[in-house]
Write a protein that binds this ligand. Structure first.
Ligand code: UD1
Length: 315
C-alpha cells in the first residue's frame, strides 16, 4: 500500500479518484479549497481520508501536503474555458502558480511521481483529426494556455530533474457528481439538470460542434495506469484520454432528452468566446504505453449519468 495526495479532491474527477484509492485500501490525503469542489462529493469517505482545506496558491500549504506522500494526482484547477475568458487572473494563478507549487512541493518532499490533469483544449482549432499528441498545441482560451503551461512545467521537471511526471489530456469528462449548478458546469451535467427541472437548455452555436465525451470511470482507470506504468514508457510524456469518438452537441442533447423523456427542443444562442469547434482524440499512445482502454462507452455513460442525476436532483 502507498500514500497518495489528490489535489482538487472535492471536485468531480478528484473525488472519484479519492474513492477509488480508498476502495483499494490506499492512504489518501485530500487537498481542496472548496471554491468549486463540493463537500458532498467526499461525504462517504471523510472518516478514511486526511482532508486538508487549503489553497493551491499557498506554496507552504502545498509543500506540507506533499510530506510523506509517495504519489500525487494533481486534479486541482479553476476550470472552465468561459470563466477564464471572463476573468483570466484567478484561473491563471490557480492553474499555473498552483501547478508549479505542486511540482516544487512534490519534488522537494521526495514524491515519486505526479500525474496531471491536462486538457484537450490545448489543441485549439487547428486542422487535422483525430488529435494526436505529436501535433503542435494551438491553445485559444486563457484556460487552454494555463493547462498547457502546466504540461510544459511537468515535462521540464522530468527533463531537468529526472522527476517523474505524466500528463493526461482529458477530453470532456462527464458522469455522476459533476456539479450541474454553475453557469460554468460541463454541458452534460448542465443539460441533465435543466431537463430534470423542466428548464429549456441553450446550445451555444449551431450544435454541430463535436466533443469526444468521456465517461469518468475511463479517466480513473487511466490515472491508475499512468501512476503504475514503468517510467521508461510514460515519464515526461503526454497522453490523450478519451474514447476516440466524436458526438455533436445536437446529438448529445437528443440522447439526453430521450433518456429523460424531455419533450422540448433546445434553444440556440451565440457561440461562446474561446470555444473549440471540434474535438476528437487519437488514443493509440494511451493504449500502447499505458494499457488504457475505454471501459464505459458514450451510451452506457449517458445512461449511468442520467440515472444519477435523476436520483440526486429529481425533486
Ligand atoms: C473544455 C475542454 C475540456 C476541459 C474543460 C474544462 C475542449 C475541447 N475541451 O471543455 O478538455 O476539461 O474545458 O472546463 O476544449 N455548451 C452549450 N450550452 C451550455 C454549456 C455548454 O451549448 O449550457 C457547449 C459549449 O459551448 C461547448 C460544449 O457545450 O461547445 C462543451 O462545453 P463544456 O462542457 O463547457 O466543455 P468545453 O469547453 O468543451
Amino acid at each position: 500500500m502507498a500514500s497518495y495526495l489528490v489535489t482538487g479532491a472535492a471536485g468531480f474527477i478528484g473525488s472519484h479518484l479519492v474513492r477509488a484509492l480508498v476502495a483499494r485500501g490506499e492512504t489518501v490525503r485530500a487537498f481542496d479549497n472548496f471554491e468549486t469542489g463540493r463537500r458532498v462529493n467526499l461525504e462517504d469517505v471523510l472518516d478514511r481520508i486526511d482532508l486538508r482545506e487549503e489553497d493551491l496558491r499557498d506554496a507552504a500549504a502545498v509543500r506540507a501536503a506533499c510530506e510523506g506522500v509517495d504519489y500525487v494526482f494533481h486534479e486541482g484547477a479553476l476550470p472552465s474555458v468561459p470563466r477564464s475568458v471572463k476573468e483570466p487572473r484567478p484561473s491563471h494563478e490557480t492553474n499555473i502558480d498552483g501547478t508549479f507549487n505542486v511540482l516544487d512541493g512534490a519534488r522537494t518532499a521526495g514524491v515519486k511521481r505526479v500525474v496531471y490533469a491536462a486538457s484537450s483544449s490545448a489543441y485549439g482549432n487547428q486542422p487535422g483529426f483525430p488529435r494526436v499528441e505529436t501535433m503542435t498545441p494551438q491553445p485559444i482560451s486563457p484556460y487552454a494556455v494555463q493547462k498547457l503551461t502546466g504540461e510544459l512545467y511537468l515535462q521540464s521537471f522530468w527533463k531537468v530533474y529526472g522527476f517523474e511526471t505524466v500528463c493526461l489530456r482529458y477530453f470532456n469528462i462527464f458522469g455522476p457528481s459533476q456539479d450541474p449548478e454553475s453557469q460554468y458546469s460541463g454541458v452534460m451535467a448542465r443539460f441533465a439538470l435543466q431537463m430534470l427541472r423542466g428548464e429549456q437548455p441553450t446550445i451555444f452555436g449551431d450544435g454541430e460542434q463535436g466533443r469526444d465525451f468521456t465517461y469518468i470511470d475511463n479517466v480513473v482507470s487511466a490515472n491508475m495506469l499512468a501512476m503504475e506504468a514503468p517510467a521508461a514508457d510514460v515519464a515526461g510524456r503526454v497522453f490523450n484520454i478519451a474514447c476516440g469518438e466524436r458526438h455533436t452537441l445536437n446529438e448529445t442533447y437528443h440522447a439526453l432528452a430521450g433518456l429523460l423523456k424531455y419533450p422540448l427542443p433546445p434553444l440556440y444562442g451565440p457561440t461562446r468566446d474561446g470555444d473549440v469547434r471540434d474535438s476528437l482524440a487519437d488514443i493509440t499512445a494511451a493504449k500502447t504505453q499505458l494499457g488504457y482502454k475505454p471501459l464505459v462507452d458514450f451510451s452506457e455513460g449517458l445512461r449511468r449519468t442520467v440515472d444519477w442525476y435523476r436520483e440526486n436532483f429529481a425533486s
